[in-house]
Design a protein around this ligand. Structure first.
Ligand SMILES: Cc1cc2nc3c(=O)[nH]c(=O)nc-3n(C[C@H](O)[C@H](O)[C@H](O)COP(=O)(O)OP(=O)(O)OC[C@H]3O[C@@H](n4cnc5c(N)ncnc54)[C@H](O)[C@@H]3O)c2cc1C
Length: 245
């Protein structure tokens, strides 16, 4: 998971490629001035991107459900099945918080032996959360690491990316989403500075074919993390802004 800084602006790919550095793109330089710590402004060389530099194409999934992730409990025979999937473009970001919710449901059955199906980011965080809660966990999976779809994702902090649609998700979803986002944020924070840097804060840049000064101002950044534009649920957007303030 790499959380990334978002400059309060975006780069114009065409413009940058044609010039020597960010400093010659006035709007980008101004955005950098607003956000970078004085004396630490990076030199960004122009990009040279050509089709023949493509070495691989990887496909990931955003398992989207209009009603938001499925987290409900179902009884099948003598087994309790707790569904846990459908986190859209926010699986990495919401995983720990979502795992906390479903493991809470598992704990309420008093069953100590748990089978987790899948070892994408959702399966792994669920298994670890269950293990930390004292459960005896076995993972059953079709693909092993590193061949899960999750491994191919960015792993940025994007908790409101393709997560739900307002109407099907219903009025209760915003607070559930906020619970997942807050819990995940706190959990990821605990991984900062650990060996191997599993989590860090990074600068990130938005590329665009439209010149920077012709695009509208992007939404205010969530501290050091990017917010994808126009979340589907306006309540979620408001909650994000509240979290950032
Ligand atoms: C291009 C891209 C970029 C993304 N970037 C981000 C990002 O920056 N931040 C973010 O928060 N989210 C991001 N996402 C979304 C995120 O990657 C997904 O929400 C997340 O990977 C879903 O995880 P998962 O564990 O549900 O699914 P998967 O990673 O697909 O894992 C599913 C698991 O189930 C197993 N399985 C499947 N079928 C069976 C079966 N029949 N029997 C047994 N096991 C089975 C698989 O083998 C696998 O282990 C991105 C998505 C895409 C497409």
């Amino acid at each position: 998971m790499k959380r990334r800084d978002l400059f309060a602006g975006s780069f114009a790919l065409g413009a940058v490629a044609a010039r020597n550095s960010w400093a010659s793109v006035p709007a980008a330089a101004a955005a950098l001035q607003r956000t970078a710590t004085p004396g630490t402004m990076p030199h960004l060389p122009p990009l040279r991107v050509h089709m023949n530099q493509l070495t691989d194409i990887k496909v990931c999934l955003r398992p989207f459900r209009a009603a938001g992730p499925r987290l409900d409990v179902e009884k099948i025979g003598d087994k309790t099945v707790i569904h846990h999937y459908g986190h859209g473009g926010s699986g990495w970001s919401l995983s720990w918080g979502s795992a906390d919710i479903v493991v809470g449901k598992a704990a309420s059955t008093l069953e100590k032996r748990v089978a987790v199906i899948g070892c994408g980011v959702i399966g792994l965080t669920t298994a670890l959360t269950a293990q930390r809660a004292g459960m005896d966990v076995t993972i059953y999976t079709k693909d092993l690491l590193p061949h899960t779809r999750s491994v191919r994702a960015n792993g940025s902090w994007t908790p409101d990316s393709r997560i739900a649609l307002t109407k099907p998700a219903g009025p209760g979803f915003a607070s559930l989403w906020e619970q997942m986002a807050r819990y995940s944020w706190k959990t990821y924070r605990d991984y900062l500075g650990l060996p191997g840097n599993p989590i860090d804060f990074r600068d990130s840049y938005t590329l665009s074919d439209t010149p920077f000064d012709q695009t509208p101002e992007p939404p205010a950044p969530l501290r050091a993390a990017p917010i994808t534009p126009a979340p589907a649920n306006p309540k979620i957007a408001q909650n994000l802004l509240n979290m950032a303030s």
